[in-house]
Design a protein around this ligand. Structure first.
Ligand SMILES: Nc1ncnc2c1ncn2[C@@H]1O[C@H](COP(=O)(O)OP(=O)(O)OP(=O)(O)O)[C@@H](O)[C@H]1O
Length: 286
């Protein structure tokens, strides 16, 4: 299948902070997870893809358009759904009015067809019965769905979601993941998350960003495999490892080069992720 997003050499610095350094990847229709520790550059990258920021250098093609040009940016914006980390909801708006407002910003001027579209997206995220409720009375999970409904206006072929599952309880997270998986069946979805479970459950591709660089780009299963035969249990904390923590049963679970005769266990995707991130410890001055 053809690539919908192709990025190469993306670089962006905020003063002396190198938020992105030579970032490249390609996306196809389906769902891709963007993982990385705090400050890795995820939000910066998503904002560049959403045309809210211009990179200092690098090439980007989104749905065949070049967002470095004003015409390209406009074309991308018309075909993009973006759920930012802090969408800035208007607490006194109802869910319907908020999504309708976003539809107006998206240039839908015909009132009847716009309201029909608003009803369609609210239905898609399961909010039809709550459309008349004010945003301040909704739970965090419902508000997150309102944000997603707004991003779905116009049925965009590309959806960019910045930490959409943050602050949701396990039940809400499950429902939200189900919705994301469904959306990825017919479009390109890129979501940043701190939840490796999100990636396992909904993503076909995962990109790991760390210190502004792409450390991994592949399938979730291959990310898990990076920790194959590198995770072990022990009663005492080992001396040489990449990461080690004490589990609820009092035993240590460690990642790294296991000692001879170590009690090896099957890795999880989190182990694979930690193998990458812990191999490049945080640097204070770059
Ligand atoms: N407007 C800004 N001005 C200066 N530095 C910034 C700005 N925005 C982000 N940064 C810095 O750039 C780096 C990347 O930030 P970014 O928000 O992209 O990371 P992130 O991976 O989204 O982090 P988190 O998971 O905490 O949201 C960080 O070091 C951050 O402090």
């Amino acid at each position: 299948m053809e690539h919908t997003v192709v990025a190469s050499g993306l670089t962006l610095h905020y003063g002396s902070t190198r938020a992105l350094e030579d970032v490249g990847f390609a996306l196809r229709p389906g769902t891709t997870g963007l993982l990385g520790p705090n400050g890795a550059g995820k939000t910066t990258l998503l904002r560049i893809l959403a045309t809210a920021l211009l990179p200092r250098s690098g090439d980007l093609s989104i749905l065949g358009y070049d967002p470095a040009t004003p015409e390209g940016r406009l074309a991308v914006r018309r075909r993009l759904g973006f759920l930012p980390q802090n969408p800035g909801y208007y607490a006194h708006f109802t869910a319907f009015d908020f999504v309708d407002y976003v539809a107006i910003l998206k240039e839908m001027s015909d009132r009847a067809s716009r309201r029909e579209e608003v009803r369609r997206v609210l239905e898609q995220v399961g909010l039809t019965a709550d459309a008349g409720k004010r945003l301040r009375t909704l739970s965090g999970g419902m508000r997150q769905r309102v944000g997603l409904a707004a991003a779905l206006i116009g049925d965009p072929p590309l959806l960019i979601l910045d930490e959409p599952t943050v602050g949701l309880d396990p039940e809400q997270r499950l429902r939200f993941r189900e919705l994301l998986a469904e959306l990825g069946e017919t479009r390109t979805v890129l979501l940043s998350t701190h939840q490796t479970e999100d990636v396992i459950m909904v993503c076909q591709q995962v990109v790991v960003l760390h210190q502004g660089r792409v450390r991994y780009d592949g399938t979730p299963a291959d990310l898990t495999r990076l920790a194959h035969q590198r995770v072990w249990l022990s009663d005492a904390r080992p001396e040489r490892m990449l990461a080690s923590w004490r589990a609820g049963d009092g035993r240590y679970r460690s990642i790294g080069d296991p000692p001879p005769d170590a009690e090896l266990v099957e890795p999880t995707i989190e182990d694979g992720y930690l193998t990458l991130v812990e191999a490049h410890p945080a640097v204070t001055s770059r």
